[in-house]
Design a protein. Structure first.
Ligand SMILES: Cc1cc2nc3c(=O)[nH]c(=O)nc-3n(C[C@H](O)[C@H](O)[C@H](O)COP(=O)(O)OP(=O)(O)OC[C@H]3O[C@@H](n4cnc5c(N)ncnc54)[C@H](O)[C@@H]3O)c2cc1C
Length: 290
């Protein structure tokens, strides 16, 4: 059924990196929920696999010195059940809860969701708002990369062929006071990918917006932060006029396209509606303390 030409089981990250380097053209498989679909469609880029499924190093959860580290191998279900996530960054749990159905959430990993480069990845908008550093291991050692800019094109990310995404490091001190919210607009409420996904993060100071972070999936060729809209929000009171100004600026940030799922015009309408709603939901979260 699957045209697998080579299969290597890595016992450690170091071994996975060596295997990727020694066998050019090999791909990592974590939960396999994307890779096995590719294999089934005879995508010949996925016939040589390095298996990192359930490696304990990739399941690490560590909160210390004001940072929270989440291993890339945590499944959506494990991420949703993680106390540190629900306490400090509940928007990530919200985003994970919108993925597919229970079976996929039990297998698919948060690392695979970002490393596959999908523009519709449900964790992408939430992570863009939370601004973790991506911790990556290659043959030269460990490097860190910002979440913004990691997606370089449709299905493309800034990972070298021998690199493994170890996980996400969140700066909890920097996130203090940030309320955040995510909404996935899809044609069905389960087992469907986003027509548009929107996450917002808001920090208020003295009744004015001190920090707005607005991110979308499926609104451009890659998941994106809306820098023009964010700039338009600075020091504004949170009222209808300010939201209208933010939404007007947003049109310059996004480039939705027409596909069989939705037209460009319909997507633009959803983008504007969700922006207003998510900013309001994030501001409510900031009041509550999340
Ligand atoms: C029926 C179905 C429904 C789905 N619904 C949704 C949905 O609603 N929302 C959504 O966002 N996604 C959805 N997906 C897509 C998929 O489940 C997710 O993208 C998932 O997060 C992929 O994770 P994985 O561990 O299964 O990745 P895998 O399939 O193992 O790998 C995916 C890609 O990432 C690379 N990779 C994996 N881990 C790493 C790592 N640690 N370092 C470097 N590269 C790595 C692999 O080489 C591969 O290219 C769905 C898939 C299916 C089959």
């Amino acid at each position: 059924m699957f045209d697998i030409q080579h299969y290597y089981k890595a016992e450690s990250i170091a071994q996975a990196v060596e295997m990727l380097a020694a066998h050019p053209g090999s791909r990592l498989v974590a939960g396999g929920t994307d890779v096995l679909v590719k294999l089934r469609h005879f995508d010949d880029k996925f016939t040589r696999l390095v298996d990192i499924h359930a490696l304990p190093e990739l399941k690490k959860i560590a909160a210390q010195d004001g940072k929270l580290f989440l291993g890339s191998g945590l499944t959506f279900a494990e991420t949703m059940a993680c106390e540190a996530v629900t306490q400090y960054i509940p928007v990530l749990a919200e985003a994970c809860a919108t993925v597919a159905g229970p079976q996929i959430r039990n297998m698919g990993t948060i690392g695979g969701n970002i490393a596959n480069g999908a523009v519709s990845a449900d964790t992408a908008a939430a992570l863009l708002v939370l601004e973790p550093m991506l911790v990556i291991q290659g043959r030269e050692g460990v490097r860190r990369a910002a979440m913004e800019g990691f997606h370089t094109g449709p299905g493309q990310v800034a990972l070298a062929a021998d690199e493994v995404l170890l996980g996400f490091e969140f700066d909890l001190a920097g996130l203090k006071g940030l309320g955040a919210a995510y909404y996935k607009y899809a044609m069905r409420s389960a087992m469907d990918i986003a027509t548009i996904g929107c996450a917002a993060g808001v920090k208020m100071e003295g009744g004015r917006i001190a920090d707005l972070r607005l991110a979308f999936t499926v609104a451009a060729p890659t998941p994106l932060r809306c820098r023009r809209a964010e700039a338009a929000s600075l020091n504004q009171p949170l009222n209808d006029a300010a939201v209208a100004k933010i939404i007007a600026a947003l049109e310059e940030d996004v480039q939705p396209r027409t596909s069989w799922r939705a037209t460009r015009e319909f997507r633009m309408r959803i983008i504007k509606t969700l922006a207003g709603r998510m900013i309001a939901a994030a501001a409510e979260g900031a009041k509550r303390g999340n």
